[in-house]
Design a protein around this ligand. Structure first.
Ligand code: GDG
Length: 750
């Protein structure tokens, strides 16, 4: 039997291709992710999919593919303009600064966004091609945020995990992203979403709530299509590899040489990519303040700052380089003496072995990002020191700050705080105990345990099977076949969220011209019922003049097409109002923006207009109170999309659907569409004997209660228009009229 494989997707492959005369050569990188995934490779076969780092002419694709296959990699080829728009553009000029809380550095342009979407689509296509049933898919980082949803849209059913290496910003910051819904929906296609810290999970949940109105639990988001697990998984490093490097000649030489160059001085190390998120200017200013405020350290300390060049083509990075050059020049000019300069600034890539030597030689590490997903340098410093404690001064805005309690945390924006932390670290050697805590974390939370935990959780997510729900296309079999044979078609269509998108004020959800025309056409050729939770008077007002039947308040009364209202006798509005109304009124008063909707035999409390977070909180409390006060009463409480509704237990869309199916038992085609929990009742109520002629469709996403799904109201309307056309080409014939009605109902209007 085939062993299911793991497909890893990241924007860049860990292999960079370059052209040497007539051949292609592959240079492998040894980044943290490569190390982390080594141990996963022992567990199951894996393929790495990504961009090989350089444009490859189409005629060469085959050759490059072959070379990469030897490295277990599959290329996603990108043109120069694609990488510009996708990578340098939307990824690095919009998502990167915004996710690091630097909104003023974001430059959104629609061209970059189009390239981002197109490249994500390319990745999804390549992954779909590589994936076989049972495989696991692990997508990495912000450049590929749309990929999980795109894979689902392509019908991929393998478990999908996503890890975000950078922070997720506060909902307030995130909301400014022009394409905020699309990125969130992209991520929500995954079964598992993992972040470095709980802070990012909490921001993500908040963004889902505020942008999409999706409520969640701390570790779970329940969608009607699937559940998304949220996991906190701070990345680790490979400490054994660093210990090994420390034993090597290169690290030792670096150690000797740097110590010999600065005899008797205390060394402070900083290692960062030259990126504006890493807070290098803030670090230099803090160091300058130390020398100003504490003159005793002049000539006694040296800051060695390695700033590896990064994204050098981007203007923000060129500007940062100029700023750092100037600051280093100013400080060295002011505090340098014939005995040496206080800052050694290296604007080059330094080998990892030499970095280990530098970490060992430096008593203090100064890491001051203004925002950082995790920060591996902090972990590497601890690992390189071995049993010789060092002082770690770390920005509280790095993810690592949540895991390293022994570090001295600083706010990098406070020059004085950085200077004072440095002064304290210079005065007092770190205690064994505080350093030991940090070492324990680095040694137990390794890159290998991180990737294995991720895979464990992804495998656990795979236990829940995905419903085999397909995208609705009425022109394809088996639907087209059913339609071609049908002479008496019957439709049950929910209204809000199905034919009409949700709006802030329920009263504003009037039907547009397109919906009305579609219902007029369809109603002329089929028996159509709008099955809604709305009151009879609203339905009458909006749809009463159309040739369609109406079902109000989840089945309280039914009005057949061209007929009269018939009321379900078993329910009484006043009893319900006496108990529930006072509670709803109290909550409406306490929750600005919320409203009560009065129905004949139901009461609804809408909180879509309230502050999303506060609304959710109040809704939870109201639900608990309702549960208490309605115990043993014939009412049921329904939690819909930002609405709580109390109604008679036997007054459901399921009851209404069963009733209508009895009335129209001669129908030879049944189409049911809906989008919320009350519609699930309607779909579940369809008896087995109807299954061969029934088509159920969910709006918004996949749902196990329906056979098909469409992405939006507009998609559904398009499909219904098509059905109206097809039925229009046939001889019109309706199902038996509703003269033969259930005896439970008596004529009334509400
Ligand atoms: C992203 C997130 C998250 C640095 N200079 C040189 C060099 N380095 C190495 C370091 C370290 C790595 O680069 C940098 O890792 P960081 O974690 O500090 O930052 P990002 O590159 O921004 O990584 C970050 C990470 O993803 C993992 O999830 O921690 O928050 O932004 O390993 O040692 N390596 C070499 N020469 C250098 O000059 N060889």
């Amino acid at each position: 039997m085939r062993k299911p494989k793991l497909i890893v997707a990241s924007a860049r492959l860990p292999v960079t291709m370059s052209r040497r005369q007539d051949s292609w050569e592959a240079a492998t990188s040894t980044g943290g992710l490569v190390t982390a995934l080594k141990s996963v490779a022992e567990r199951r076969p894996f393929t790495w999919l990504g961009w090989p780092g350089t444009p490859v002419p189409e005629a060469e694709h085959k050759r490059v593919r072959k070379v990469l296959a030897k490295h277990g990699s599959l290329p996603v080829f990108l043109t120069k303009s694609e990488t510009e728009g996708f990578y340098e553009g939307f990824s690095n000029r919009v998502l990167w600064p915004l996710f690091h809380n630097l909104g003023d550095r974001t430059h959104f342009d629609p061209q970059g966004w189009r390239a981002y979407k197109a490249v994500n689509e390319k990745f999804a296509k390549a992954i779909e091609k590589a994936a076989e049933p049972g495989d696991f898919i692990w997508v990495h980082d912000y450049q590929l945020a749309r990929v999980p949803e795109l894979l689902r849209l392509r019908g991929v059913t393998c478990p999908i995990g996503f890890f975000l290496h950078i922070p997720f910003p506060s909902a307030e910051t995130y909301r400014s992203l022009p394409v905020r819904g699309s990125i969130l929906n992209g991520l929500l296609g995954a079964d598992l979403l993992a972040f470095h810290s709980y802070e990012y999970i909490s921001h993500f949940r908040n963004a889902c709530l505020r942008v999409l109105g999706i409520e969640s639990e701390p570790e779970l988001i329940r969608l009607s299509s699937h559940s998304v697990r949220l996991a906190q998984l701070p990345i680790g490093i490979d400490p054994a590899e660093i210990t090994e490097m420390a034993r090597g000649a290169e690290a030792k030489n670096e150690y000797e040489s740097v110590r010999a160059s600065h005899p008797g001085k205390t060394l402070i190390i900083g290692v960062d990519r030259l990126d504006y998120t890493k807070g290098i200017p803030q670090k230099l200013l803090g160091f300058e303040e130390l020398l100003r405020a504490h003159p005793k350290w002049r000539n006694r300390v040296v800051l060695i700052q390695i700033a590896a060049p990064s994204r050098t083509a981007v203007s923000e990075y060129q500007q940062l380089k100029r700023q750092v050059d100037e600051l280093v020049g100013r400080i060295n000019g002011r505090y340098g003496t014939s005995a040496g300069a206080p800052i050694v600034y290296v604007n080059q890539n330094v080998s990892r072995e030499r970095l280990v030597g530098l970490f060992q030689a430096s008593e203090i590490a100064l890491i001051t990002p203004v925002r950082d997903g995790m920060n591996l340098v902090a972990l590497e410093y601890i690992a390189a020191r071995g049993s010789n404690p060092g002082s770690l001064i770390l920005s509280e805005f790095a993810g690592a700050a949540h895991c390293l309690p022994g570090a001295r945390l600083v706010n990098p924006h406070s020059v004085m705080q950085v200077a004072e932390a440095l002064n304290e670290a210079l005065e007092k050697r770190p205690t064994e105990a505080s350093f030991r805590h940090m070492r324990e974390f680095v040694e137990t939370n390794t890159a290998m345990t991180w990737s294995n935990s991720f895979l464990d959780q992804l495998e656990a997510a795979a236990v829940e099977p995905r419903p085999p729900v397909e995208r609705l296309d009425v022109e394809l079999p088996p639907i087209s076949k059913l339609v071609s044979k049908a002479t008496k078609p019957l439709f049950f269509l929910d209204y809000d969220g199905t034919l009409r998108s949700y709006v802030l004020k329920p009263d504003d959800a009037t039907p547009g011209d397109r919906v009305r025309k579609m219902l007029t056409d369809l109603g002329a050729r089929a028996t159509v019922y709008i099955v809604s939770g709305r009151t009879a008077s609203t339905l009458e007002q909006w749809l009463g003049d159309l040739p369609v039947g109406l079902v109000c308040e989840h089945g309280l009364a039914i009005k057949p097409p061209h007929g009269e209202w018939l009321r379900n006798k078993g329910v009484s509005g006043p009893t319900l109002k006496k108990i529930v109304q006072p509670l709803f009124e109290e909550f409406t008063q306490r929750t600005p923006g919320s409203t009560i909707e009065q129905k004949t035999a139901a009461l609804a409390w809408h909180y879509r207009g309230a502050d999303p977070e506060f609304g959710t909180f109040q809704a939870k409390e109201l639900l608990a109170l309702l549960e208490d006060s309605l115990r043993k009463k014939p009412f049921s409480v329904l939690r819909g999309a930002r609405v709580i509704e109390v109604r008679y237990a036997e007054n459901t869309k399921g009851h209404a659907a069963r009733e209508l199916l009895k009335t129209h038992s001669d129908a030879d085609f049944l189409f049911v569409a809906g989008d919320d929990r009350t519609d699930e009742e309607m779909m579940d109520a369809i008896p087995k004997s109807w299954h061969s002629r029934a088509v159920t469709c969910w709006v918004g996403q996949r749902n196990a209660h329906a056979h098909y799904w469409v992405q939006s109201n507009m998609d559904l309307i398009g499909q219904l228009e098509q059905l109206a056309r097809v039925f229009g080409e046939k001889k019109p014939s309706r199902t038996r009229s509703s003269k033969k009605r259930s005896s439970r109902r008596s004529s009334t209007t509400s």
